[in-house]
Each structure stands twice: as C-alpha cells, then as structure tokens.
Design a protein around this ligand. Structure first.
Ligand SMILES: *[C@@H]1O[C@H](CO)[C@@H](O)[C@H](O)[C@H]1NC(C)=O
Ligand SMILES: *[C@@H]1O[C@H](CO)[C@@H](O)[C@H](O)[C@H]1NC(C)=O
Length: 391
C-alpha cells in the first residue's frame, strides 16, 4: 500500500512521463480513467450547489476558510494556527473546525499549541453539526460591524478576558472543497516546492479541483517560499494571475524555533544542539523535502532521511527499520545519530517513537512566518483579516 501510494505521488509530480518506470506507466491508464471520473463528479457536485439543489449554510459568525488545491505540505495547519492566534490577540475567540484526518495528528497539534487560550478546536466530519454543538456550549457573538474598530480594540481586549468563552469567528480547516458552508474569506495555500504537479486532477495528478478554482479564493499563499528559486516563484505567480489577476499573493515559510524531546515534550532543546551531530529525519508528512531542507540549514554534519507517506502511522516494523538505519549511521560516523521528527509525526502517535530509545529523538518545532515581498507582508495580511471582521 505504501509502495502504491508512493508510485501514485511520483506520477503526479513527474517532470517527464517518459522517464517513469514500467510499473508507473502501467498505472497511468487506470489513474487517467479515475481522474476523468473524478472530474465529472466534481462538476456535477458544483452544479448542484450552484443551482441550489444542495443548500449552503451560513454560520452566525464570520467564517475564514483555509484550503488547498493539492496534497498536503502546503502549510494549511500552520496557517489555521496563525489566523486563530491573530483573532485571539484581537480579543475574539475563534472556533477551528477540522475534519480530523487519519490519527488526527493535525488536530492534536493544534490543540497542544493552543491549549489554555481562547481558541476552541472542533473535530468532526460534519462541520456544521460540530459548529452548532460548540455554539450551544459556549454561545457566540457576531463581532462584525461597529463594535469592532481600532478605537475599541483595547476595551475589546479587556472585555474579552471576561467574555472570551463566546465564539466570535470560525476557521474552516481544509474548507476549500467544503461547499456546504458559506465563507467570508477563502485563503488558498500552495506548496511552493511542488505547486501543481502535472496539473491533472486526482488521482492521476495532485489536484483536487481544476486550477480555475483559484477564482473563488480571496488570498493565495505560497508556502515554503524561502526554499524556492525566484524564477519558480514568478512562474507560480503567473499561473495564479492568469486565473485571477486581482488575487493578493503572500509568501510564507516555516521558521524553526527549537526542538523538544519526544520522551518529555516540555523539555526544550536549542537548535544548536545538532550542530556537531549526524541526524536522521523521519517523517510522514506532505512535504518531507521542506523538512529535510530546513534541517540541512540548521547545520548538522550529516543529514539522512526516512520518508513515509502523509499521515502514515508508524508501526513497530518501521521502528525496526529506523533502528537498522541508525546503526548503519553510527558505524559510519562513529557517533550516535539523533532522530528528528516533525510535530505532526509526534502528535500522530506520541508513544511509538519512544521505542527508539536509547537513540535521542527530537521534535522540530517551527512557526509559520509571512515573508515580506512586493508590499505583501504580515501587516497587510492582518489588515485583510481585520477588514473582513469589520465589514
Ligand atoms: C489538503 O490537505 C489535507 C491535509 O494535509 C489532505 O488530506 C488533503 O488531501 C489535501 N487536500 C488537498 C487539497 O490536497
Ligand atoms: C518533563 O519535563 C518537565 C520540565 O523539565 C518536568 O517539570 C516534568 O516533571 C517532566 N515530566 C516527566 C513526566 O518527566
């Protein structure tokens, strides 16, 4: 299964189909057929929503959707967290509505980061039902309009400590294809390292929707922009602008902050701790390349990698394979290698990686940052959110 998943991904992101292996080529007709079928279902679904056959629901608070057009690794979860923190700083208690994928790693990570604050995380496939449960439990306030302006910002903040229970906005995690809920702002995340693969629909390509879906977006965000060549960023911008010229485009990156110990996540370790070490990057995330590149920049003497498919939950046999690799590294370099995982990997299963003892296992903790470019920066991004809320 792991092999098949990898093959499908390789096809979707292949630069040149002629260079694919026999196995890959044999899969293509099947994938093409499935891809066309998927396209038909998609248009049908879209048409049904447009004609009003499927009804759209409106929540009583502003809704910000953070979505993606392609497979993971596009910074969706960090963006959800960024928006949630912005709202919380603003004195608004946001409700994050997330579907909760295999293992719920992303939801667990959000909950761990936002613990103790006014942000609530609702996990469930039916986001409307989840939202209603939370509204019943905590109540809600519609912060749009006069009540929310710069002048009253501080008062609002003071007051919010008292009334922070009431939900003032909703953030739809992976909301792009979730058409049944109306949204006030649509943020689309794009992985700068592999923006659209072969431009084909799933499963032949990585696209969940044709690129023209960008028309529905209010903001496009190119994630991992710091790891992408200038020319490639320009190409991405051209594609976006061809579809929607007025779409504001922001660049983001993951900035590593520190490591945490897997055996006790409250122990923080300085990034410099790996400077003279050999590290093995182990991950089951959407964009392992970005993770490995960030680790290389931190500057260990040698970086090895072990990639699994997105959301894969590590099994004991995987742990054995990792140990095997670690022993090889130890023989080769004469020092004990350190295992580095991402937060998502840690949160998927907080126990299994402890089985790598006595090898040290560290979690790379990072924070999303908006990179300033062409007048688009953190301030203008926040302004955009503010305008939405003040409408
Ligand atoms: C978006 O990201 C989620 C979570 O990583 C993933 O499961 C889903 O397939 C992605 N959707 C898109 C649009 O690819
Ligand atoms: C984890 O580390 C923290 C901070 O160093 C410490 O206070 C706590 O007791 C540790 N927890 C466990 C279970 O060892």
């Amino acid at each position: 299964m792991e092999k098949l998943k990898r093959a499908v991904k390789e096809i979707a992101y292949a630069q040149d189909q002629a260079r694919l292996s026999k196995l890959h080529l044999s899969l293509i007709p099947f994938l093409s057929f499935a891809s066309s079928l998927y396209g038909v279902v998609l248009s049908l679904r879209h048409a049904l929503y447009r004609s009003g056959f499927f009804s759209k629901h409106r929540l009583p608070v502003p809704v910000i959707s953070v979505g993606n057009l392609t497979w993971g690794g596009n910074g969706k979860t960090p963006m959800v967290e960024f928006v949630a923190k912005f709202l919380a700083d603003y004195g608004i208690s946001p409700l994050i509505l997330t579907r909760g994928y295999a293992g719920g790693d992303e939801a667990k990570m959000l909950q761990r980061h936002l613990l103790g604050g006014p942000v609530k995380v609702g996990v469930g496939v039916n986001r409307m039902a989840t939202a209603n449960l939370f509204f019943e439990k905590y109540g809600y306030v519609d912060c749009r309009g006069s009540k929310f302006s710069e002048k009253t910002y501080l008062d609002q903040k003071m007051e919010s400590h008292i009334s922070s229970e009431k939900i003032g906005a909703a953030i739809l995690d992976d909301g792009m294809q979730h058409w049944s809920l109306c949204r006030d702002l649509e943020i689309v995340m794009i992985n700068g390292l592999m923006p659209w693969g072969n431009h084909k629909l799933l499963p032949l390509g990585p696209l969940r929707e044709p690129l023209t879906a960008l028309k529905r977006a209010d903001v496009a965000v190119v994630h991992h922009a710091d790891l992408v060549l200038e020319q490639k960023l320009k190409d991405i911008e051209l594609v976006i602008q061809e579809i929607k010229e007025s779409l504001p485009i922001f660049y983001t990156r993951m900035a590593p902050s520190y490591f945490s110990e897997v055996r006790n996540i409250s122990i923080k370790v300085h990034l410099g701790a790996v400077h003279n070490a050999v590290v093995l990057c182990v991950s089951a995330i959407g964009s392992a390349d970005a993770f490995v590149q960030v680790m290389e920049k931190i500057g260990p003497i040698y970086v090895d990698r072990f990639d699994f498919s997105d959301h894969h939950s590590f099994q004991i046999k995987d742990i054995h394979m990792m140990r095997e690799r670690l022993r090889q590294l130890e023989d080769r370099f004469g020092c004990q290698p350190i295992v580095i995982v991402t937060e998502k990997d840690y949160d998927r299963d907080r126990e299994i990686l402890k089985h790598l003892h006595p090898f040290q296992v560290l979690v790379l903790c990072s924070e999303m940052q908006i990179i300033s470019h062409k007048g688009c920066n953190e301030d203008t991004f926040k302004l955009l959110l503010k305008e939405l809320l003040e409408e």
